[in-house]
Design a protein around this ligand. Structure first.
Ligand code: PMP
Length: 399
């Protein structure tokens, strides 16, 4: 018998399955709102101005593509820390934060999970209900028991913070809590600044280990406000993990650029955890990528390019917000009892629209618009050319 006969059949995750169904769909009017990619006003994945300029400079330098250090270069790591903690933040000079370049945000989560598996084997990992599909799989794969804490309130389209807090309070000390720093995927519902200010000391008091996932920094309010939870944790003095992704903010998805940052209590502990993380990288894939990280590094270390990147990221964010307002207003007007107004307050690329699984199927089958069966849509894929179609389709599906 085959070596592989014992492999259990398991479905792809829902996003991948829909992606395949979309590709196989031959209807010319098909529209994909199930994706996790920002597209511009013309429906294209943008090539950011600063990225194009950095790529030109990189090519002109004619450098060989030798191995990068396991942890990435110092300018890259410093730039990542400045983005997370803010220019001039005290923690930048305290030498207690270790940053390693990673294979996208996913790779940061994976190496972080592997580090934690060495330190807290058998711990419980709590993720939000709902969360990005891969969180559960990734931490399960790293050997943890994964549970969910209540998060989204279908009634308000926001976060049910009291329920979340109560569930976290019941976790054993030493549990790991995965938190979306901003632009929650899939719901778009974020904690308020006040809720974060309450949560950060609470996590410490309960002995819970925060693992922040920040895949959409700059898409919510702005680069600084979106990183506020990271900064609050840094100021609190507690130890925590952060997974950064540059896939969306630089529109460099396939280049696989991200970073894992581990904040320790002091420089000696930082050195220990950094060395462990480096060993785990070495045993997993040896070295991180050259090209994408070089591009991000050039942009972030050149003040003019960085300023242009910040500006263009702001343009992307404002474009999404404009679509949010138009969608929320129009849908609310047509269906005042469906809570569509929440789309306006939700942040980042996604929204939980409140569509039922049946409505999502109807949307796809009768109106050629693909949304996840959870009702998640990618607002970043809506533009002035397709918004009327999207609105009519949703209108048709919920009638
Ligand atoms: N975390 C969240 C919440 C995400 O939505 C994503 C990407 N969809 C990631 C992490 C992973 O990002 P990357 O593509 O950089 O691995």
């Amino acid at each position: 018998t085959s070596l592989f006969a014992g492999i259990q059949d398991a479905p792809l995750d829902p996003i991948m399955r829909l992606f395949e169904a979309f590709n196989a769909d031959t209807r010319p009017g098909k529209l994909n709102l199930a994706i996790g990619v920002y597209t511009d006003a013309e429906g294209k994945v943008p090539r950011l101005r600063a990225v194009q300029e950095a790529e030109k400079r990189w090519i002109e330098k004619g450098l060989p593509k030798t191995y990068r250090p396991i942890e990435g270069t110092k300018p890259f790591r410093d730039a990542v820390q400045a983005l997370l903690f803010g220019d001039g933040a005290p923690i930048l000079s305290q030498n207690r934060a270790a940053t390693l370049q990673s294979v996208g945000g996913t790779g940061a989560l994976k190496i972080g999970a592997d580090v934690l598996a060495k330190l807290r084997p058998g711990a419980t990992v709590a993720v939000s209900d709902p969360t990005w599909e891969n969180h559960r799989a990734l931490f399960t794969q790293a050997g943890f028991t994964v549970t969910e804490y209540p998060y989204f309130s279908a009634d308000t389209g926001g976060v049910d913070y009291p329920a979340m807090r109560a569930a976290l309070a019941a976790l054993p000390a030493g549990s790991i809590v995965v938190l979306h720093a901003c632009c929650h995927n899939p719901t778009g519902a974020d904690l308020t600044a006040e809720e974060w200010a309450d949560l950060v000391p609470f996590l410490r008091e309960k002995g819970l280990i925060p693992f922040l996932d920040i895949a959409y920094q700059g898409f919510g309010i702005d680069l600084d406000a979106d990183a506020a939870p990271v900064r609050l944790l840094a100021e609190s003095g507690q130890e925590f993990f952060v997974a950064s992704s540059f896939s969306k903010s630089f529109s460099l998805y396939g280049e696989r650029v991200g970073a894992l940052t581990v904040v320790a209590s002091d420089p000696a502990m930082r050195a220990k955890v950094e060395a462990l993380a480096k060993r785990l990288v070495r045993w997993s894939y040896s070295n991180p990528v050259t090209h994408g990280a070089a591009i991000v590094e050039i942009v972030l270390t050149d003040p003019a390019l960085k300023a242009d990147w910040v500006k263009e990221l702001g343009e992307m964010r404002e474009r999404i917000k404009e679509m949010r307002v138009r969608m929320a207003d129009s849908l609310h007007q047509r269906h005042p009892d469906r809570g569509f107004e929440a789309i306006k307050a939700q942040k980042g690329m996604f929204s939980y629209t409140g569509l039922s699984p049946e409505e999502a199927v109807k949307l796809r089958e009768e109106h050629e618009v693909y949304a996840l069966e959870t009702g998640r849509i990618c607002v970043a894929a809506v533009n002035t050319h397709n918004i009327d179609r999207v609105l009519d389709a949703i209108d048709g599906a919920v009638k």
